[in-house]
Design a protein around this ligand. Structure first.
Ligand SMILES: Cc1cc2nc3c(=O)[nH]c(=O)nc-3n(C[C@H](O)[C@H](O)[C@H](O)COP(=O)(O)OP(=O)(O)OC[C@H]3O[C@@H](n4cnc5c(N)ncnc54)[C@H](O)[C@@H]3O)c2cc1C
Length: 344
């Protein structure tokens, strides 16, 4: 089958890779220049800093096997010990013996995880899907679906996978809303809500690298401070400071400069006034940071025999990187059984 996947996210890329491995012709359409979605790494003063997800843990065999392969390849590393907890007053060391979670991170930015999966598929980056047209069975030689791109070209395919946030999938499905089936799914995902957050990356000149790796924050406008230098082979200090969803709700309309100053001010209360004097900064506004109310199934599918369409992503099955991965993996497993014999 010719499969069009909208969204070069972790869910879209793992699904695309596995479907391409069994002979399907897969093209991934991505509106941004870079791949990875919320796995986003920016280069600041020659350091690769994670302004999306900064680390993750593993609880399923499906994701665990993938992470083990990435550890062997050297693109992922274990990120252990030396984490702190800020309780609104002071920072405590988290006892590594009481915290059984194994944290993982990239060796040179987590976006490269997504990029490593992209060589199995064709990528159309900087191409935004604006709508879907269902062609249906009376279509002569045409394929079942047309993905309408915002540059007014179209991509014709036999099957579509929406690997975007629920809000973006909702918008795309609305355009194809000529079937009872799509209305059922639309009703289901209409209820899904997201929290937002800001991420601020900052580098420092002539500042000793802190001896902690990350600080979880409570009773603060900050959720998490990541010592990005501790992931890299560098003696230059680089942090990523993440806001809480509450902070985002209150300040989403403020200018980047105002948000940056407020985040630095908060961080200075926790780790010291040196934070107020960064060398370089980059701020990222995440409107869809995490799903508040995920759906309890890993993927959803339109039951159209002649025109497969499925939804995947982290809002299906949970709201983590691992859920996004398992969502894409499980759909590819299912479609590979369902459709590969037909195409073979
Ligand atoms: C700051 C931050 C911190 C996080 N921390 C953690 C954490 O500690 N632990 C954890 O497990 N998870 C964390 N996450 C969440 C994790 O990153 C996500 O769950 C996961 O990356 C989501 O992947 P996804 O496959 O669902 O899609 P996404 O990463 O959301 O990607 C969707 C893609 O679709 C593209 N797209 C959307 N619409 C269109 C369109 N119309 N046409 C073309 N392309 C389109 C987007 O550009 C994007 O690339 C964090 C996320 C952020 C932002």
């Amino acid at each position: 089958m010719v499969i069009g996947i909208i969204g070069a996210s972790i869910s879209g890329l793992i699904a695309g890779k596995r479907l391409a491995e069994t002979g399907h012709d897969v093209t991934v359409i991505e509106k941004s220049r870079s791949l990875g979605g919320r796995l986003k790494t920016v280069e600041l003063d020659s350091l690769n800093l994670d302004v999306g997800l900064t680390h993750f843990d593993v609880s399923t065999n499906t994701f665990g096997t993938f992470v083990k392969q990435q550890l062997e390849k050297g693109s992922v590393q274990k990120w252990t010990k030396d984490f702190g907890l800020y309780d609104g007053m002071e920072v405590f060391d988290i006892d590594p013996n009481s915290d059984s979670r194994q944290r993982y991170t990239g060796t040179n930015g987590l976006q490269s995880l997504a990029e490593s999966m992209s060589r199995w598929v064709d990528i159309k980056s900087e191409e935004q899907a604006g709508g879907l047209t269902y062609i249906g069975p009376d279509r002569g030689k045409k394929r079942s679906w047309m993905i309408n791109l915002t540059d007014i070209s179209v991509f014709e395919c036999d099957a579509v996978i929406l690997a975007t946030s629920a809000v973006q999938a909702y918008g795309l499905l609305q355009t194809a809303q000529n079937r009872t089936e799509s209305r059922r799914i639309i009703r289901h995902i209409d209820d899904i809500r997201y929290d937002g957050c800001f991420s601020l990356a900052a580098t420092y000149d002539s500042q000793e690298v802190p001896d902690w790796k990350g600080i979880e924050c409570e009773k603060s406008a900050l959720k998490w401070i990541s010592n990005e230098s501790s992931k890299l082979d560098t003696d230059k200090t680089a942090l990523v400071i993440q806001s809480t969803p509450d902070f985002y709700r209150k300040h989403a309309q403020k200018s980047e400069e105002e948000v940056k100053e407020m985040l630095l001010e908060e961080a200075s209360n926790i780790i010291g006034s040196w934070v107020l004097r960064p060398q370089s900064t980059h701020i990222e506004n995440w409107k869809y940071f995490k799903t508040k109310n995920p759906i309890n199934e890993y993927f959803m599918e339109l039951e159209l025999e002649d025109a497969p369409l499925a939804l995947i992503g982290d809002y299906l099955g949970g709201s983590s990187l691992e859920n996004a991965f398992v969502s894409g993996y499980n759909l590819s497993e299912y479609w590979n059984k369902k459709y590969t014999e037909v195409t073979a």
